[in-house]
Design a protein around this ligand. Structure first.
Ligand code: TMP
Ligand code: ZN
Length: 399
């Protein structure tokens, strides 16, 4: 395949087999028409990006029925409050600033600017989540961001001081276009700030479930530097985050305009040390994925043999990769409980495990819960004190 960034010829290092759309929770009547594609990842030795071989049409993923609402987690709400505060302190020097967020979802980040009376705009392609944001007083337009949309924003509003994106940039296949569009939209000294799941954490933890249809890229600092260089940007700061099981916040601005922090130098040096620039790292990652698959399959089969009551906790997007790659169905996990109404009383994509309410988790009193929302482990362990104290156990493909 050709690299999406630099057109270099690149090879697949890992194939997960046939996959459905990660967030396409479905009714039984729709089982027959379910859409599948080959989920495989490749590494470009030239621009150092890890990317999907094929990504389904974005319109199949981000639409008026998009099942992911950011506000389901209290921790994430707090994270975005702090994120907004940090942007304010470091990059918005006065109240006249203008902030644009790409993929603003239900407004979880921008509402913190809206509350402070700071001019803001969310650009969000999924109409249902955008509607929720607007109802909460977050100025939002339904669109996929590109150069044309950027020019329209400049005309209708003005140039932005900051463009923000959280767990969005890695969804966008044509990042060269995003670079160009960001340059159009930003002031000369404006900053492009985004955070996404971090490749270093994924390789380290073997959290291969970060790989699914929406995540067309899993970034490292090395790759982000290369991707945005084409539109004149350079990394000026890097801040590791705990969210989504290990993320990185990238801060970029036009080359030479702002000072480069120590952490850029240190983190890039560390990435070279751990081999994020080398194909052999990803060949090892593949072997680790296969070992992880064997381990969780054996664990669940053993629990089944022992007659244990096993359910899943959190029908996350990530779980679609685990369930389909490891061929885990309702024979091994009776149901998955999830607090998101749009997922409840449906079935998981591909493996068709029933998704039930959180109340059902409480009522059923399972002995084992497979923690698919492992990135929310701290929050969930506090919430489920009673489950744990009465002998319940959380397991996962990671621990
Ligand atoms: P995420 O890992 O992509 O943020 O998705 C989290 C999913 O897990 C979402 O569907 C909501 C669900 N969830 C619960 O059901 N209970 C919880 O306590 C948490 C934190 C998440
Ligand atoms: Zn490349």
């Amino acid at each position: 395949m050709k690299c999406r960034i630099c057109s270099n010829q690149i090879d697949i290092f890992m194939s997960f087999g046939k996959m459905p759309i990660a967030n396409a929770f479905l009714k039984e009547a729709d089982f027959q028409d379910e859409y599948f594609f080959d989920l495989a990842t490749a590494f470009c030795e030239k621009c150092l990006t890890v990317q999907l071989e094929t990504q389904p049409d974005p319109k199949l993923m981000f639409h008026e029925n998009y099942a992911f609402f950011s506000k389901t987690s209290k921790h994430m709400q707090l994270h975005f409050e702090k994120f907004a505060e940090w942007v304010n302190t470091n990059y918005l020097k006065n109240k006249d600033s203008f902030v644009v967020e790409l993929g603003s979802n239900d407004g979880i980040l921008l509402e913190n600017f809206s509350k402070k009376g700071i001019e803001h705009l969310g650009v969000e392609p999924s109409a249902n989540v955008a509607k929720v944001a607007k109802e909460n007083g977050v100025n939002t337009e339904v669109a996929f961001f590109d150069s044309e949309v950027a020019s329209n924003i400049v005309e209708k509003y003005r140039n932005a001081d900051a463009i923000l994106a959280a767990n969005v940039m890695c969804h966008i296949p044509d990042l060269n276009e995003i670079g160009k569009a960001s340059k159009i939209l930003l002031k000369e000294d404006g900053v492009l700030i985004f955070e996404d799941p971090y490749l270093g954490d994924m390789v380290n933890k073997v959290s291969y479930d970060q790989i699914y249809d929406e995540h067309v890229f899993i970034f490292s600092a090395l790759s982000v530097q290369n991707i945005f260089a084409a539109s004149g940007f350079e990394l000026i700061d890097l801040l590791p985050q705990e969210t989504h099981g290990g993320s990185m916040r990238y801060v970029l601005c036009q080359r030479g305009v702002r000072k480069i922090s120590e952490s850029v130098i240190n983190i890039i040096a560390n990435e070279k040390k751990i081999g994020l620039n080398s194909k052999t790292t990803f060949d090892e990652f593949k072997i680790n994925c296969e070992l992880s698959k064997e381990r969780i399959q054996a664990m669940l089969k053993e629990l089944k043999k022992e007659g244990k009551k096993v359910v899943g906790y959190g029908a996350t997007s990530k779980s679609t990769t685990i369930l389909n790659y490891c061929k885990i169905g309702p024979d091994l996990i009776e149901f998955i409980s999830d607090t998101t109404p749009i997922k409840q009383n449906k079935f998981t994509p591909g493996m068709h495990i029933p998704v039930k309410t959180y109340e059902e988790f409480i009522r059923y009193k399972p002995e084992i819960a497979v923690l698919f929302a492992w990135n929310h482990k701290k929050e969930i362990e506090i919430k489920e004190k009673e489950f744990i104290e009465s002998g319940g156990k959380f397991i996962s493909h990671l621990f």
